[in-house]
Design a protein around this ligand. Structure first.
Ligand SMILES: [Zn+2]
Length: 446
Protein backbone atom coordinates (compact mmCIF):
# COMPACT_ATOMS: atom_id res chain seq x y z
CA UNK A 1 0.00 0.00 0.00
CA UNK A 2 2.76 2.39 1.00
CA UNK A 3 4.71 1.46 -2.11
CA UNK A 4 1.65 2.22 -4.27
CA UNK A 5 1.20 5.65 -2.68
CA UNK A 6 4.91 6.46 -3.13
CA UNK A 7 4.80 5.34 -6.77
CA UNK A 8 1.67 7.39 -7.46
CA UNK A 9 3.21 10.45 -5.82
CA UNK A 10 6.34 10.01 -7.86
CA UNK A 11 4.34 9.81 -11.09
CA UNK A 12 2.37 12.94 -10.21
CA UNK A 13 5.65 14.75 -9.48
CA UNK A 14 7.05 13.76 -12.87
CA UNK A 15 3.91 15.00 -14.65
CA UNK A 16 4.08 18.31 -12.76
CA UNK A 17 7.75 18.70 -13.63
CA UNK A 18 7.12 17.93 -17.31
CA UNK A 19 4.32 20.45 -17.48
CA UNK A 20 6.42 23.05 -15.74
CA UNK A 21 9.32 22.41 -18.10
CA UNK A 22 7.18 22.84 -21.17
CA UNK A 23 5.62 26.01 -19.74
CA UNK A 24 8.99 27.53 -18.93
CA UNK A 25 10.43 26.59 -22.30
CA UNK A 26 7.45 28.21 -23.98
CA UNK A 27 8.15 31.40 -22.03
CA UNK A 28 11.75 31.27 -23.14
CA UNK A 29 10.65 30.56 -26.73
CA UNK A 30 8.51 33.70 -26.60
CA UNK A 31 11.59 35.61 -25.53
CA UNK A 32 13.59 34.03 -28.31
CA UNK A 33 11.12 35.17 -30.94
CA UNK A 34 11.33 38.68 -29.59
CA UNK A 35 15.09 38.48 -29.63
CA UNK A 36 14.99 37.45 -33.28
CA UNK A 37 12.83 40.46 -34.05
CA UNK A 38 15.06 42.62 -31.88
CA UNK A 39 18.14 41.44 -33.74
CA UNK A 40 16.72 42.42 -37.09
CA UNK A 41 15.74 45.82 -35.74
CA UNK A 42 19.16 46.27 -34.19
CA UNK A 43 20.92 45.43 -37.44
CA UNK A 44 18.77 47.82 -39.40
CA UNK A 45 19.39 50.64 -36.96
CA UNK A 46 23.09 50.01 -36.59
CA UNK A 47 25.28 52.87 -37.71
CA UNK A 48 27.37 52.26 -40.79
CA UNK A 49 30.43 50.92 -39.05
CA UNK A 50 32.38 50.34 -42.24
CA UNK A 51 33.20 53.89 -43.12
CA UNK A 52 36.22 54.11 -40.88
CA UNK A 53 35.02 57.47 -39.62
CA UNK A 54 37.35 59.23 -37.26
CA UNK A 55 35.94 59.10 -33.77
CA UNK A 56 38.20 61.74 -32.30
CA UNK A 57 36.92 64.75 -30.40
CA UNK A 58 34.32 62.37 -29.10
CA UNK A 59 33.49 64.10 -25.87
CA UNK A 60 32.58 67.34 -27.63
CA UNK A 61 30.00 65.76 -29.91
CA UNK A 62 27.31 64.82 -27.47
CA UNK A 63 24.59 64.99 -30.07
CA UNK A 64 25.84 61.95 -31.96
CA UNK A 65 26.50 59.21 -29.50
CA UNK A 66 26.76 56.41 -32.02
CA UNK A 67 29.81 58.12 -33.52
CA UNK A 68 31.62 57.96 -30.20
CA UNK A 69 30.93 54.39 -29.31
CA UNK A 70 31.26 52.70 -32.66
CA UNK A 71 33.91 50.44 -34.07
CA UNK A 72 36.07 51.09 -37.12
CA UNK A 73 36.31 48.31 -39.69
CA UNK A 74 39.09 49.44 -42.00
CA UNK A 75 41.27 46.38 -41.41
CA UNK A 76 44.01 48.52 -39.86
CA UNK A 77 42.35 49.43 -36.58
CA UNK A 78 42.20 47.39 -33.40
CA UNK A 79 38.84 48.05 -31.73
CA UNK A 80 38.96 47.80 -27.96
CA UNK A 81 35.48 47.42 -26.44
CA UNK A 82 35.55 48.71 -22.86
CA UNK A 83 32.75 46.98 -20.92
CA UNK A 84 32.30 48.33 -17.36
CA UNK A 85 30.44 45.75 -15.24
CA UNK A 86 29.96 44.35 -11.76
CA UNK A 87 29.37 40.78 -10.61
CA UNK A 88 27.11 40.68 -7.57
CA UNK A 89 26.70 37.23 -6.02
CA UNK A 90 23.12 36.68 -4.93
CA UNK A 91 24.27 35.22 -1.62
CA UNK A 92 27.85 34.05 -1.10
CA UNK A 93 29.69 35.08 2.08
CA UNK A 94 26.72 37.14 3.27
CA UNK A 95 22.97 36.88 2.86
CA UNK A 96 21.16 38.53 -0.03
CA UNK A 97 19.82 41.30 2.22
CA UNK A 98 23.24 41.92 3.75
CA UNK A 99 24.76 42.26 0.31
CA UNK A 100 22.00 44.58 -0.86
CA UNK A 101 22.19 46.95 2.11
CA UNK A 102 25.92 46.65 2.78
CA UNK A 103 25.57 45.22 6.26
CA UNK A 104 28.21 43.09 8.01
CA UNK A 105 31.19 44.78 6.40
CA UNK A 106 33.54 42.76 8.59
CA UNK A 107 32.67 39.77 6.41
CA UNK A 108 32.77 41.62 3.08
CA UNK A 109 32.54 45.30 2.18
CA UNK A 110 29.82 45.10 -0.46
CA UNK A 111 26.61 47.09 -0.97
CA UNK A 112 24.55 46.53 -4.12
CA UNK A 113 22.11 49.35 -3.36
CA UNK A 114 25.03 51.80 -3.46
CA UNK A 115 26.36 50.22 -6.66
CA UNK A 116 23.13 50.73 -8.59
CA UNK A 117 22.58 54.26 -7.22
CA UNK A 118 26.12 55.18 -8.12
CA UNK A 119 26.15 53.63 -11.59
CA UNK A 120 22.89 55.26 -12.68
CA UNK A 121 24.18 58.65 -11.54
CA UNK A 122 27.52 58.21 -13.34
CA UNK A 123 25.82 57.14 -16.58
CA UNK A 124 23.57 60.19 -16.51
CA UNK A 125 26.68 62.40 -16.08
CA UNK A 126 28.17 61.34 -19.43
CA UNK A 127 26.10 59.91 -22.32
CA UNK A 128 29.05 57.96 -23.73
CA UNK A 129 29.54 55.84 -20.64
CA UNK A 130 28.06 52.35 -20.64
CA UNK A 131 27.47 49.72 -17.99
CA UNK A 132 26.43 46.08 -18.00
CA UNK A 133 24.36 44.67 -15.15
CA UNK A 134 23.62 40.97 -14.66
CA UNK A 135 21.82 39.80 -11.51
CA UNK A 136 18.12 40.62 -11.79
CA UNK A 137 17.34 39.69 -8.18
CA UNK A 138 19.38 42.61 -6.91
CA UNK A 139 18.17 44.89 -9.69
CA UNK A 140 14.55 44.10 -8.80
CA UNK A 141 15.19 44.89 -5.11
CA UNK A 142 16.65 48.25 -6.10
CA UNK A 143 14.05 48.99 -8.81
CA UNK A 144 11.08 48.49 -6.53
CA UNK A 145 12.36 51.22 -4.20
CA UNK A 146 12.85 53.88 -6.88
CA UNK A 147 10.62 56.84 -7.67
CA UNK A 148 8.90 57.18 -11.03
CA UNK A 149 11.44 59.85 -12.00
CA UNK A 150 14.40 57.54 -11.34
CA UNK A 151 12.66 54.74 -13.25
CA UNK A 152 12.24 57.08 -16.22
CA UNK A 153 15.95 57.91 -16.06
CA UNK A 154 16.81 54.23 -16.10
CA UNK A 155 14.53 53.63 -19.08
CA UNK A 156 16.31 56.50 -20.83
CA UNK A 157 19.69 54.91 -20.13
CA UNK A 158 18.47 51.64 -21.61
CA UNK A 159 17.09 53.33 -24.72
CA UNK A 160 20.29 55.35 -25.06
CA UNK A 161 22.39 52.15 -25.20
CA UNK A 162 24.12 53.03 -21.96
CA UNK A 163 22.66 50.52 -19.49
CA UNK A 164 22.76 46.90 -20.66
CA UNK A 165 21.65 43.62 -19.14
CA UNK A 166 23.64 40.46 -19.83
CA UNK A 167 22.46 36.99 -18.78
CA UNK A 168 19.52 38.59 -16.98
CA UNK A 169 18.73 35.65 -14.73
CA UNK A 170 17.78 36.04 -11.08
CA UNK A 171 21.44 35.20 -10.39
CA UNK A 172 24.48 33.84 -12.27
CA UNK A 173 23.93 30.13 -11.77
CA UNK A 174 26.57 27.46 -11.34
CA UNK A 175 26.96 24.91 -14.14
CA UNK A 176 28.57 21.97 -12.35
CA UNK A 177 25.98 20.64 -9.92
CA UNK A 178 22.94 22.66 -10.92
CA UNK A 179 19.86 20.86 -12.22
CA UNK A 180 18.73 22.19 -15.58
CA UNK A 181 15.24 22.82 -14.16
CA UNK A 182 16.70 25.29 -11.67
CA UNK A 183 18.70 26.98 -14.41
CA UNK A 184 15.55 27.43 -16.51
CA UNK A 185 13.52 28.60 -13.50
CA UNK A 186 15.86 31.33 -12.41
CA UNK A 187 16.61 32.50 -15.96
CA UNK A 188 12.88 32.71 -16.70
CA UNK A 189 12.23 34.66 -13.50
CA UNK A 190 14.87 37.25 -14.30
CA UNK A 191 13.94 37.61 -17.97
CA UNK A 192 10.26 37.99 -17.17
CA UNK A 193 11.05 40.84 -14.77
CA UNK A 194 13.27 42.70 -17.25
CA UNK A 195 10.71 42.28 -20.03
CA UNK A 196 7.85 43.50 -17.87
CA UNK A 197 9.58 46.49 -16.28
CA UNK A 198 11.98 47.67 -18.98
CA UNK A 199 11.00 45.86 -22.17
CA UNK A 200 14.50 44.38 -22.20
CA UNK A 201 15.31 40.93 -23.58
CA UNK A 202 18.96 39.99 -22.81
CA UNK A 203 20.88 38.76 -25.84
CA UNK A 204 24.19 37.61 -24.40
CA UNK A 205 25.12 34.88 -21.91
CA UNK A 206 27.46 36.08 -19.15
CA UNK A 207 28.79 33.25 -16.95
CA UNK A 208 31.90 34.98 -15.68
CA UNK A 209 32.29 33.41 -12.25
CA UNK A 210 31.34 29.70 -12.49
CA UNK A 211 34.19 27.20 -12.40
CA UNK A 212 33.82 25.23 -15.62
CA UNK A 213 31.16 25.37 -18.30
CA UNK A 214 28.79 22.69 -19.55
CA UNK A 215 27.36 21.87 -22.95
CA UNK A 216 23.94 22.21 -21.28
CA UNK A 217 24.70 25.88 -20.71
CA UNK A 218 25.76 26.28 -24.34
CA UNK A 219 22.70 24.49 -25.70
CA UNK A 220 19.68 25.01 -23.41
CA UNK A 221 20.71 28.23 -21.70
CA UNK A 222 22.43 29.92 -24.65
CA UNK A 223 21.26 28.69 -28.04
CA UNK A 224 17.72 27.75 -26.96
CA UNK A 225 17.29 30.89 -24.86
CA UNK A 226 18.13 32.89 -27.96
CA UNK A 227 21.44 34.36 -26.83
CA UNK A 228 23.87 35.34 -29.55
CA UNK A 229 26.96 34.52 -27.51
CA UNK A 230 28.26 33.16 -24.22
CA UNK A 231 31.13 34.76 -22.30
CA UNK A 232 32.91 33.34 -19.27
CA UNK A 233 36.12 33.72 -17.28
CA UNK A 234 37.36 30.34 -16.14
CA UNK A 235 38.52 27.26 -17.98
CA UNK A 236 41.15 24.63 -17.22
CA UNK A 237 44.48 26.39 -16.74
CA UNK A 238 46.38 24.12 -19.13
CA UNK A 239 43.68 24.46 -21.76
CA UNK A 240 43.92 28.23 -21.29
CA UNK A 241 47.67 28.33 -21.87
CA UNK A 242 47.34 26.35 -25.10
CA UNK A 243 44.49 28.57 -26.29
CA UNK A 244 46.49 31.73 -25.68
CA UNK A 245 49.32 30.41 -27.84
CA UNK A 246 46.94 29.33 -30.58
CA UNK A 247 44.78 32.46 -30.57
CA UNK A 248 41.83 30.33 -29.50
CA UNK A 249 40.53 32.39 -26.57
CA UNK A 250 37.30 32.94 -28.52
CA UNK A 251 35.51 30.66 -30.92
CA UNK A 252 32.39 28.79 -31.92
CA UNK A 253 30.65 26.15 -29.81
CA UNK A 254 28.39 23.47 -31.22
CA UNK A 255 25.79 23.27 -28.47
CA UNK A 256 24.40 19.84 -29.29
CA UNK A 257 26.03 16.49 -28.72
CA UNK A 258 23.45 14.76 -30.87
CA UNK A 259 24.82 15.95 -34.18
CA UNK A 260 27.99 14.23 -35.27
CA UNK A 261 28.65 15.51 -38.73
CA UNK A 262 31.03 18.48 -38.61
CA UNK A 263 29.83 19.78 -41.93
CA UNK A 264 26.15 19.36 -41.18
CA UNK A 265 24.34 22.59 -42.04
CA UNK A 266 22.34 22.50 -38.82
CA UNK A 267 25.49 22.06 -36.77
CA UNK A 268 27.03 25.08 -38.44
CA UNK A 269 24.01 27.30 -38.04
CA UNK A 270 23.51 26.39 -34.38
CA UNK A 271 27.05 27.18 -33.32
CA UNK A 272 27.20 29.94 -30.72
CA UNK A 273 30.03 32.39 -30.30
CA UNK A 274 31.92 32.01 -27.02
CA UNK A 275 34.69 34.09 -25.53
CA UNK A 276 36.88 34.45 -22.46
CA UNK A 277 36.75 37.54 -20.28
CA UNK A 278 39.31 39.23 -18.02
CA UNK A 279 41.82 39.72 -20.86
CA UNK A 280 42.08 35.91 -21.01
CA UNK A 281 43.67 35.75 -17.56
CA UNK A 282 41.21 33.20 -16.15
CA UNK A 283 38.94 35.76 -14.52
CA UNK A 284 36.85 38.79 -15.46
CA UNK A 285 38.58 41.88 -14.10
CA UNK A 286 40.49 44.78 -15.61
CA UNK A 287 43.99 44.35 -17.10
CA UNK A 288 46.75 44.26 -14.49
CA UNK A 289 47.38 47.71 -13.00
CA UNK A 290 44.14 49.23 -14.32
CA UNK A 291 41.54 48.39 -11.70
CA UNK A 292 40.12 51.77 -10.69
CA UNK A 293 37.61 50.59 -8.11
CA UNK A 294 37.56 51.57 -4.43
CA UNK A 295 37.74 47.85 -3.66
CA UNK A 296 41.10 47.52 -5.41
CA UNK A 297 44.00 47.14 -3.04
CA UNK A 298 46.39 49.30 -5.02
CA UNK A 299 45.82 52.94 -6.02
CA UNK A 300 45.77 53.01 -9.83
CA UNK A 301 44.04 56.36 -10.28
CA UNK A 302 45.30 58.34 -13.24
CA UNK A 303 43.37 61.59 -12.85
CA UNK A 304 46.06 63.21 -10.69
CA UNK A 305 49.06 62.00 -12.66
CA UNK A 306 51.59 64.36 -14.23
CA UNK A 307 51.67 64.26 -18.05
CA UNK A 308 54.81 62.10 -18.12
CA UNK A 309 53.48 59.58 -15.63
CA UNK A 310 50.13 59.47 -17.40
CA UNK A 311 51.74 58.85 -20.75
CA UNK A 312 53.80 55.99 -19.35
CA UNK A 313 50.64 54.43 -17.90
CA UNK A 314 48.92 54.74 -21.27
CA UNK A 315 51.85 52.92 -22.88
CA UNK A 316 51.64 50.23 -20.19
CA UNK A 317 47.92 49.92 -20.88
CA UNK A 318 48.50 49.54 -24.62
CA UNK A 319 51.07 46.86 -23.84
CA UNK A 320 48.34 44.91 -22.04
CA UNK A 321 46.05 45.46 -25.05
CA UNK A 322 48.72 44.17 -27.39
CA UNK A 323 49.14 41.00 -25.33
CA UNK A 324 45.41 40.32 -25.40
CA UNK A 325 45.01 41.05 -29.11
CA UNK A 326 47.75 38.52 -29.85
CA UNK A 327 45.74 35.77 -28.16
CA UNK A 328 42.64 35.90 -30.35
CA UNK A 329 41.63 36.57 -33.93
CA UNK A 330 40.08 39.51 -35.68
CA UNK A 331 40.10 43.26 -35.13
CA UNK A 332 38.12 43.41 -31.89
CA UNK A 333 38.84 42.62 -28.27
CA UNK A 334 36.67 43.13 -25.19
CA UNK A 335 37.96 44.54 -21.90
CA UNK A 336 35.74 43.52 -18.99
CA UNK A 337 36.44 46.38 -16.59
CA UNK A 338 34.91 45.26 -13.30
CA UNK A 339 34.69 42.53 -10.71
CA UNK A 340 32.82 41.36 -7.61
CA UNK A 341 30.67 44.14 -6.09
CA UNK A 342 32.62 46.87 -7.86
CA UNK A 343 31.39 50.34 -8.90
CA UNK A 344 30.19 51.27 -5.41
CA UNK A 345 31.67 54.70 -6.17
CA UNK A 346 31.21 54.54 -9.91
CA UNK A 347 32.18 58.18 -10.57
CA UNK A 348 35.76 57.26 -9.60
CA UNK A 349 35.89 54.28 -11.97
CA UNK A 350 34.41 56.28 -14.84
CA UNK A 351 36.56 59.37 -14.22
CA UNK A 352 39.62 57.18 -14.78
CA UNK A 353 38.13 55.40 -17.78
CA UNK A 354 37.11 58.70 -19.40
CA UNK A 355 40.72 59.88 -19.20
CA UNK A 356 42.13 56.56 -20.42
CA UNK A 357 39.88 56.51 -23.47
CA UNK A 358 40.22 60.22 -24.21
CA UNK A 359 44.00 60.32 -23.88
CA UNK A 360 44.57 57.37 -26.21
CA UNK A 361 42.59 59.27 -28.85
CA UNK A 362 44.35 62.58 -28.16
CA UNK A 363 47.82 61.04 -28.24
CA UNK A 364 47.12 59.43 -31.60
CA UNK A 365 45.66 62.63 -32.98
CA UNK A 366 48.74 64.60 -31.91
CA UNK A 367 51.03 61.76 -33.01
CA UNK A 368 52.44 61.22 -29.54
CA UNK A 369 51.93 57.48 -29.82
CA UNK A 370 53.66 55.28 -32.37
CA UNK A 371 50.93 52.67 -32.66
CA UNK A 372 52.35 50.95 -35.78
CA UNK A 373 55.60 50.46 -33.85
CA UNK A 374 53.76 48.99 -30.86
CA UNK A 375 51.18 46.93 -32.77
CA UNK A 376 52.64 46.44 -36.22
CA UNK A 377 52.23 44.89 -38.62
CA UNK A 378 48.64 44.03 -37.67
CA UNK A 379 47.32 47.41 -36.58
CA UNK A 380 48.03 51.06 -37.29
CA UNK A 381 45.40 52.56 -35.01
CA UNK A 382 43.77 51.77 -31.69
CA UNK A 383 40.11 52.64 -31.20
CA UNK A 384 39.18 52.39 -27.51
CA UNK A 385 35.54 53.09 -26.65
CA UNK A 386 32.75 52.33 -24.18
CA UNK A 387 30.82 49.33 -25.44
CA UNK A 388 28.61 46.45 -24.41
CA UNK A 389 28.66 42.65 -24.73
CA UNK A 390 25.87 42.91 -27.33
CA UNK A 391 27.74 45.34 -29.56
CA UNK A 392 30.97 43.37 -29.19
CA UNK A 393 29.11 40.26 -30.31
CA UNK A 394 27.62 42.07 -33.30
CA UNK A 395 31.09 43.17 -34.37
CA UNK A 396 32.43 39.64 -34.01
CA UNK A 397 29.56 38.21 -36.04
CA UNK A 398 30.19 40.81 -38.70
CA UNK A 399 33.74 39.52 -39.02
CA UNK A 400 32.45 35.97 -39.22
CA UNK A 401 30.16 36.85 -42.10
CA UNK A 402 33.09 36.93 -44.48
CA UNK A 403 32.49 33.28 -45.35
CA UNK A 404 35.10 31.77 -43.09
CA UNK A 405 35.68 28.04 -42.94
CA UNK A 406 34.57 26.51 -39.64
CA UNK A 407 36.52 23.76 -38.01
CA UNK A 408 36.06 21.53 -35.00
CA UNK A 409 38.64 20.37 -32.50
CA UNK A 410 41.42 20.82 -34.97
CA UNK A 411 43.49 23.53 -33.44
CA UNK A 412 46.64 22.88 -35.41
CA UNK A 413 45.01 23.54 -38.75
CA UNK A 414 43.26 26.71 -37.57
CA UNK A 415 46.54 27.98 -36.20
CA UNK A 416 48.26 27.52 -39.52
CA UNK A 417 45.43 28.97 -41.57
CA UNK A 418 46.78 31.31 -44.21
CA UNK A 419 43.55 31.85 -46.10
CA UNK A 420 42.97 35.33 -47.36
CA UNK A 421 39.94 37.05 -48.77
CA UNK A 422 39.78 39.92 -51.20
CA UNK A 423 37.82 42.88 -49.90
CA UNK A 424 37.23 46.31 -51.30
CA UNK A 425 39.98 47.58 -49.04
CA UNK A 426 42.43 44.93 -50.21
CA UNK A 427 43.57 41.59 -48.87
CA UNK A 428 42.75 40.72 -45.32
CA UNK A 429 43.47 37.65 -43.29
CA UNK A 430 40.45 35.40 -43.13
CA UNK A 431 39.27 34.85 -39.59
CA UNK A 432 38.85 31.26 -38.57
CA UNK A 433 37.65 29.90 -35.23
CA UNK A 434 37.72 26.37 -33.92
CA UNK A 435 34.32 24.76 -33.45
CA UNK A 436 34.25 23.24 -29.97
CA UNK A 437 31.81 20.47 -29.13
CA UNK A 438 32.36 19.13 -25.60
CA UNK A 439 32.18 21.14 -22.38
CA UNK A 440 34.88 23.10 -20.56
CA UNK A 441 35.06 20.84 -17.54
CA UNK A 442 37.39 18.30 -19.09
CA UNK A 443 40.94 18.16 -17.84
CA UNK A 444 43.53 18.78 -20.50
CA UNK A 445 44.87 15.60 -22.06
CA UNK A 446 42.03 13.33 -21.01
ZN1 LIG B 1 30.15 34.87 -8.09
Amino acid sequence: MVATIVSASFLILIVIQMNRKSFLLSVIEDGKREIAIGNIAAKESLPDIDKGTSTRNQFKRRENISDMNRSISDGKTLNVHVVPHTHDDVGWLKTVDEYFWGRNTSIQDACVNDILDSVVSALLDNPFRTFTYVETKFFSMWWERQTDAVKESVRFLVSNNQLHFANGGWCMHDEATTHFMGMIDQTTLGHAFLKRELGVVPRVGWQLDPFGHSSTQASLLTSKVGFDALYFGRIDYQDLEIRKLRKDCEGLWDPSKKRNNDNDAETQSNAVFWGLTGSYGGNYGAPSGFCFDVNCKEDNDIFNDTPDVLKQKIIDFLHEIRLQSDQTRGNHIMLTMGSDFQYRKASKNFANLDILIGKIRDYQLSEQLDVPFMFGPRFERINVFYSSPEYYTECKYKELQTGIPRERNNFASTNSSTNTVNTKEGKEEMISYSLKKDDFFSIFGQ
